[in-house]
Design a protein around this ligand. Structure first.
Ligand SMILES: Cc1cc2nc3c(=O)[nH]c(=O)nc-3n(C[C@H](O)[C@H](O)[C@H](O)COP(=O)(O)OP(=O)(O)OC[C@H]3O[C@@H](n4cnc5c(N)ncnc54)[C@H](O)[C@@H]3O)c2cc1C
Length: 342
């Protein structure tokens, strides 16, 4: 008989569950109902009371590890917390969000418990047997995995299911004591780039992708990199969008060409870059070649602005293509967005 443990953790507030944790709760509920299995939710947070009440309506058994040592991500404390929660739950299947915090410890915890782990899971289902789905080879091959070994840990990619949302309610929480190992790491705080410099926003609804065209000679024979930078940053700010780039554009920096200063290889979308998940994507000044478009696999609605009526986007890779000059189009869009905000 299978039993399911969903491991969750709090966000920066220390008391609310992260969106990815709530997505894991949804996955746990679905799997438990398919299997007719028991469901336990394990929470790691400084203060677990309100996190637990936010998922009380699942009817799951609620276990918690709380206290100051668990306020900050740290391998030793997070691994000890997950291990203690597992030992209390004794589940056969463990679902956890693939957050930075749990991705770091989940394999180690599975090993300590003599279990197995699979990562980047996008779907879990149970017909006759439990099957987990993930992509390989830069999202080109989709594999369906099953295992007899237990406990089986599955790290769930974010954005692959709806976040659990239920009415908050009082709930009985079993507090699990953790034997902490000697702590060698002291977390002194978080340093983050200023909001304006943060161009990669995984939770944004829209992905704006900049291609090499932004830094190429335009019809007046000149390049307009500074203007391009202003338009792109203006759009990101007005739309709250995340910024992606083609490989050609980020590569230009190392080739001594004119570049957009806020772009790095972290922004690159494609076969050799990232495959983000957003509801919508808008490609600008980019050709839409296959190795780039591979990174758009999980963008639900795709639009592109390109001067080239024969570019890859127009050949069936985008839902809508505007054959137009992106400079005036984005300038107009920014003006409309600003007017809407005012
Ligand atoms: C093994 C391999 C892996 C690769 N992996 C990746 C990857 O992960 N990601 C990736 O992006 N690429 C990847 N590439 C490269 C990819 O094949 C393309 O070369 C690259 O994506 C092209 O980038 P681009 O469209 O920005 O530039 P270009 O091909 O130079 O296209 C620029 C476009 O901008 C348009 N344009 C210019 N000015 C304007 C304007 N004012 N308004 C509107 N449009 C304008 C032009 O018409 C042109 O279509 C890979 C290639 C290989 C061989």
């Amino acid at each position: 008989m299978e039993s399911i443990l969903v491991l969750t953790h709090a966000d920066d507030t220390g008391s609310a569950l992260t969106k990815a944790s709530l997505e894991a709760v949804t996955a746990g509920l679905e799997l438990a109902s398919q299997l007719g299995a028991s469901l336990t939710i394990g929470i790691v947070a400084a203060n677990t009371a309100s996190a637990a009440s936010s998922v009380a309506s699942t009817g799951a058994r609620m276990l918690a590890v709380s206290g100051e040592p668990f306020a900050q991500p740290r391998y030793a404390t997070d691994a000890a917390a997950c291990e203690a929660l597992y030992r209390a739950a004794q589940a056969t299947i463990v679902l956890a969000p693939a957050s930075a915090r749990f991705s770091r410890v989940a394999a180690g915890v599975a090993h300590r418990l003599g279990g197995f782990i699979d990562t980047h899971i996008t779907a879990v289902s149970a017909g006759g047997i439990i099957e987990a789905t993930r992509w390989f080879y830069r999202q080109r091959i989709e594999a369906v995995l099953s295992r007899d070994a237990r406990p089986w840990f599955l790290l769930l990619d974010a954005g692959t299911r709806a976040a659990f949302a239920g009415a908050a309610a009082p709930v009985q929480v079993e507090e699990i004591a953790v034997q902490l190992p000697a702590l060698r790491t002291t977390v002194s705080g978080l340093r983050e780039p200023k909001q304006d410099l943060q161009t990669i926003r995984p939770n944004a609804k829209l992905l704006l992708v900049a291609g090499a065209g932004w830094t190429k000679k335009q019809p007046d024979g000149q390049i307009h990199t500074a203007e391009a930078a202003g338009l792109i940053l203006g759009f990101l700010k007005a739309a709250g969008a995340s910024l992606g780039s083609s490989k050609s554009l980020v590569d230009q920096g190392s080739e001594g060409q004119s570049v957009l200063p806020f772009l790095t290889h972290m922004n690159q979308i494609g076969q050799t870059g990232a495959t983000p998940r957003h509801a919508k994507g808008l490609s600008t000044c980019c050709h839409g070649e296959e190795p780039h478009v591979v990174g758009w696999r999980f963008i639900a609605e795709r639009r592109a602005i390109s001067l080239d009526p024969n570019c890859g986007w127009t050949r069936g890779k985008a839902d809508v293509v505007y054959v137009a000059d992106a400079f005036p189009v984005i300038a107009k869009l920014n003006a409309l967005l600003e007017a809407k905000r005012a």
